[in-house]
Ligand binder design. Sequence first.
Ligand code: GDP
Length: 318
Amino acid sequence: MIDRQARILVTGHRGLVGSAVVRHLQSLGCSQILTATRQEVDLRDPRTVENWFAERRPAYVFHVAGTVGGIWANSTRPVDFLHDNLLMQAVVLRAAWQSGVQKLLYLGSSCIYPRDCPQPIREEYLLTGPLEKTNECYALAKIAGVKACDAYRQQYGCRFISAMPTNLYGPNDNFHPDGSHVIPGLLRRFHEVKLAGQPTLTVWGTGTPRREFLHVDDLAVACVFLMGKYDEAGPINVGTGEDITIHALAELVRDVVHPSAELVFDPSKPDGTPRKLLDVSRLHGLGWHHRIPLEVGLQQAYHWYLEHPAGRRMSVAD
Ligand code: GDP
């Protein structure tokens, strides 16, 4: 376990992951959780970040801020995903090293792995083949972050670890119609179709790709668990070890939001990688398992959406 009295920085605390990590740390009784809004500290700006670290002296850092988005945002705005993520991680990791942070967790993504690698995806498949084109720039930035953590560990002995989560969903998700990932995208669109009294729900692509989904509250528990228990180079996968087709997912979301409607598929939208299932045996071997079943998590996510009309983030990418 990490020291509850320590100063703990969570970057991106307003986002899907950062807000979940803060909630979990609070529930554990951590008393000195440090956060900063984008207006207070631009994580891409070295001087601001170095000064901030020198002043606040965090002992632990969860670097979970990132410019993230779904398949459409990634395939149409690759520069934003490459540029912002590369800068943020370069600046944060360097400031963490310079200020003597005890331990840092860097959050990557399952899209770092080659498009056509064997399934489920083991950590050692990293850099063994070409990447999926729809999110190549995001993946390249995230791979650079994993390698940067390893390099700081090798050259300076920093205890920097890298966790690779599967597709995430939950409170504080981004519900932008084009920028979002599939679960918030479907929740919002199906809800609007229901309000409009229409009978058909459109799902992007063919419905055949398979994806694995993890509730962000489970991820937050895993991140804190890893911060306490894990200290090695290279990525460690964080997922459920179970995947479903987008068609089956869309049926589950329909059952939650608008059960009487019919699904139609729009093959003009990209499918992306055919399958992305993480091998989580290393994490399971350490003693961590997810808790929230997808059906339960989807119900919760829809209720959160209904209850937070003002709090829904709707940016193209953030
Ligand atoms: P990916 O895992 O990087 O491909 O990210 P996404 O969550 O954006 O997409 C996952 C899959 O869901 C892809 O095959 C999409 O084509 C499919 N999908 C179906 N409907 C939607 C939607 O409304 N929004 C998004 N983002 N994806 C959708």
